[in-house]
Design a binder for this molecule. Structure first.
Ligand SMILES: Cc1ncc(COP(=O)(O)O)c(C=O)c1O
Length: 371
């Protein structure tokens, strides 16, 4: 079976986890500190590691003082994690349409949805691409908005020759099992604003002031103060140990991901029915490979046909404005709704090779001629 995505690990991660187990200190400690230091070096920025990408987004919003009934602009075509992280703070995710080339937030639509309650914009780096990020920052500056980048898909991606995470307001990554690098589960908040990082360092540990410093030394605070709502969202040494090994492999991983996506693009270039998402894979590290089918088709039938040929596929994503929790009467997002009917995601992970990509491409092209 060719998997849609998977964790790509070897004996290095297994040995690292074993070392933590042998240490008998599994919680947040020295490995988390080291992982943060290495991430800081890689991104040239300040980093706070947390338990998931969703937690990173929630704490980043809270660090900006986002509160009940504030409004956050976000594209509807994203994982429900972006929406749930916003609503966890009490704020309201305002579902925006997407640009039909990049599949990232449509600024024209975001501008229409701006209100006096709008406090932030959350650009989602769908599949690894960042869209027109400098326009988003200009728009945010003009309207006094914070920018919290949902960069769950974009670890390693560059924009104007700078790594995502090395510039901007607040950037949140996910290291869940299938991301560009994994720590098993995990995520991080990145910002040059030290106040944001200090806030997250405390709020990930129930709001206990400066507890992170104790934890790094395998200790904990016994007398402390708490000023803000906090959560148990810190990262464990077990997860950080995996992340540290993965970080050593970024060059290899990213080279493979880019070359596989380029091969798909080349295979589909002349296809009548398949349209690739426009990405420059010299800059973008693709996390997933969604594409658009430009003819009427039944997605579930196509997916089960491909499954019979040992090819797993995915759907990134059901628009969030279709979900009961976030549904708003009268809201239609024409581009999102059109593109949602066209998309399907093909396998992409560093344990695949070009032969696999050719097999998947040919199988898809053949079946589209028949249906
Ligand atoms: C776009 C997007 N945002 C946020 C997240 C949340 O990350 P995590 O699963 O680590 O909570 C994901 C995870 O898949 C995602 O795809």
């Amino acid at each position: 079976m060719i998997k849609l995505s998977k964790s790509c690990i070897d004996s290095k991660e297994k040995e690292a986890v074993l070392r933590v187990l042998n240490d008998e200190y599994l919680g947040m400690g020295d490995s988390v500190k080291k992982f943060e230091e290495k991430l800081s070096l890689y991104l040239s920025n300040n980093v706070s590691c947390v338990s998931s990408g969703t937690a990173a987004l929630q704490l980043a919003l809270e660090a900006c003082g986002i509160k009940r009934n504030d409004e956050i602009l976000v594209q509807s075509l994203t994982y429900v994690a972006s929406f749930q992280a916003i609503s966890a703070t009490g704020a309201i995710p305002v579902a925006c349409d997407i640009d039909d080339k990049s599949l990232t937030i449509c600024l024209k639509d975001a501008k229409k949805k701006l209100s006096n309650k709008t406090k932030a914009i959350m650009p989602v780096h769908y599949s690894g691409g960042v869209g027109n990020l400098s326009s988003i920052y200009k728009f945010a500056k003009k309207n006094n908005l914070r920018v919290i980048e949902d960069a769950a898909h974009a670890f390693g991606t560059e924009y104007n020759s700078k790594k995502v995470g090395s510039f901007g307001d607040i950037i949140c990554f996910s290291f869940d099992g299938i991301k560009n690098i994994t720590s098993g589960e995990g995520g991080c908040v990145v910002s040059s604003n030290q106040e944001v990082i200090n806030y997250v360092n405390d709020s990930r540990l129930l709001g206990i002031e400066k507890d992170s410093e104790k934890r790094y030394l395998s200790e904990r605070s016994w007398s402390f103060n708490v000023k803000n709502q906090g959560w148990r969202y810190h990262m464990s040494n077990l997860n950080a140990a995996i992340g540290l090994e993965q970080l050593k492999k970024v060059n290899k991983f990213f080279k493979i991901r880019k070359s596989l996506a380029k091969r798909y693009d080349a295979n589909f270039l002349k296809s009548k029915y398949i349209s690739s998402i426009s990405r420059n894979y010299d800059e973008v590290v693709p996390h997933i490979y969604p594409l658009r089918i430009m003819k009427k088709f039944n997605r579930e039938e196509l997916r089960s046909y491909l499954l019979k040929k040992n090819i797993q596929t995915g759907l990134h994503y059901q628009p969030n404005h279709f979900l009961d929790k976030f549904f708003k009467k009268k809201l239609t997002l024409p581009v999102t709704e059109r593109i949602f009917n066209q998309i399907i995601t093909l396998p992409l992970h560093p344990d695949l090779n070009l032969k696999d990509i050719d097999y998947i491409s040919k199988t898809l092209k053949d079946v589209l001629k028949e249906i």
